[in-house]
Design a binder for this molecule. Structure first.
Ligand code: HEM
Length: 404
């Protein structure tokens, strides 16, 4: 065994997916975890199983009776954070999910396409009017966030507040820095809950409410034929902010960093826009940005490894999507890949509600960029700073128009 693998072996036994040292490049570790059997114990985060194989990830996601969603992120919080609908188990989950499903159907998402295309063109025009631009803040954040606010039914003027809420949820609340943690838990999140309560009051009193998420929450029956309790509506808004604001941004940032250094891939998309739907699937597979956890309800096994009732497991979709048993040449980007059954959106009863929306935004972004900007490149030789954790992504990305 090489010393590199020995080091990975030691590190795997205490692997913490939040540790910044995995941010820049988690892939050697993920490959090591898969090659060591796909299910391994880590002493970090209070002790948990890492599930890195495609088969193991599918098994956990599609067996909600055995694996509870009550604790989605590790280390475990006491009491667990209730995020609706994602932390609910069956049968409680179904009626809540139904409230949101009707707003994210393929038909509803198609209705937004023209508006998303216009916005995409505007953002590209503004960014590329300069010789160099910061892709994340100028494109990857405003595109999905603007669309998301519209679906929710909140004004654009609230974007900065919601980005602050997302940051407080994703990092501030679990931060080691007491100042950041205190600001998240005692200032940002309570203020956001009060704001959500206010807009829900306004919506409930509106005699002519628009067709959006806020209206669905205050009018549609959830449990027992009546709308969900107010505290559940607020929890659902927190959940949507964390699921909807970061994810498409992350895939756009990571994908454009890769494309900017691969003129051959840019050319394929510019020359053959018909490839773009399968390119979106390939980029979703390649990055698989989400790591979520479950807790075993009973003694069980994953890929033959015994798991005890009460133990936690982390589902590493970035690893499952590169499992060499499921995907041929998994570390290669192949826009013509067939049989791409990636798990970027999860699987089973909690499979992503926003997948049609995310796909539509990613597809339009690739179409419009490669129609308007056939050649672009990284504007800096220093690699963009990245993070791993529950949602992998990058902090910023300097790009320039034109070939190197
Ligand atoms: C590329 C972008 C996205 C990725 C990779 C992604 C990934 C995921 C994954 C892996 C899950 C399953 C979580 C679990 O099993 O516990 C999930 C659930 C969910 N996602 Fe997404 N997501 C994306 C975009 C979005 C967007 C744009 C929205 C909303 C506007 C959204 C809303 C949700 C919701 C509400 C759930 C929970 C569903 C449930 O528990 O029934 N997602 N997502």
């Amino acid at each position: 065994m090489s010393s590199k693998v020995e080091n990975l072996g030691t590190a795997a036994a205490e692997f913490n997916y939040w540790d910044p040292r995995w941010g820049q490049n988690p892939y050697p570790m993920l490959e090591h975890l898969r090659k060591s059997g796909g299910v391994g114990w880590s002493t970090a985060l209070g002790g948990y199983w890492t599930v890195s194989s495609y088969s193991g990830v599918l098994r956990v996601l599609t067996d909600p009776d055995t694996f509870s969603s009550r604790m989605l992120v590790l280390p475990p919080l006491d009491p667990p954070q209730r995020l609706i609908p994602e932390t609910l188990d069956q049968p409680e989950h179904q009626p809540y999910r139904r409230v949101f499903s009707s707003l994210f159907t393929p038909r509803k998402i198609r209705e937004l396409e023209d508006e998303v295309r216009t916005l995409t063109r505007e953002l590209i025009g503004k960014a590329t009017a300069k010789p160099a631009f910061e892709f994340v803040s100028e494109f990857a954040v405003p595109l999905p966030c603007t669309v998301f606010l519209k679906i929710l039914g909140l004004p654009m003027s609230e974007l900065d507040r919601l980005l602050d809420v997302k940051e407080a949820q994703a990092r501030g609340a679990a931060s080691d820095d007491p100042v950041l943690r205190d600001r998240a838990l005692n200032v940002v999140l309570p203020a956001a809950a009060a704001y959500f309560n206010e807009v829900l009051d306004e919506r409930a009193a509106d005699p002519n409410p628009p067709d959006d998420v806020l209206t669905a929450m205050v009018t549609q029956p959830a449990v027992g034929g009546v709308p969900m309790p107010r505290e559940d509506m607020i929890s659902a808004l927190f959940q949507l902010v964390s699921a909807g604001l970061d994810t498409v941004t992350a895939v756009l940032g990571l994908s454009f960093e890769l494309l900017a250094s691969r003129p051959d891939l840019q050319r394929q998309l510019a020359d053959d826009p018909g490839l773009i739907p399968s390119a979106v699937e390939e980029l979703l597979r390649y990055w698989g940005i989400v790591t979520i956890s479950r807790q075993a309800n009973v003694d069980t096994q994953i890929d033959g490894v015994p798991i005890k009732a009460g133990e936690y497991v982390a589902i590493l979709t970035p690893s499952a999507n590169r499992d060499e048993i499921e995907f041929g040449n998994p570390t290669e980007i192949d826009f013509r890949r067939t049989g791409n059954r990636h798990v970027a959106f999860g699987a089973g009863p909690h499979r992503c509600l926003g997948s049609h929306l995310a796909r539509m935004e990613l597809q339009i972004a690739l179409e419009e960029w490669h129609a308007a900007v056939p050649e672009y490149r990284l504007a800096s030789d220093t690699p963009a700073e990245r993070h791993f954790g529950a949602i992998m992504g990058l902090e910023e990305l300097q790009l320039a128009v034109g070939a190197r």
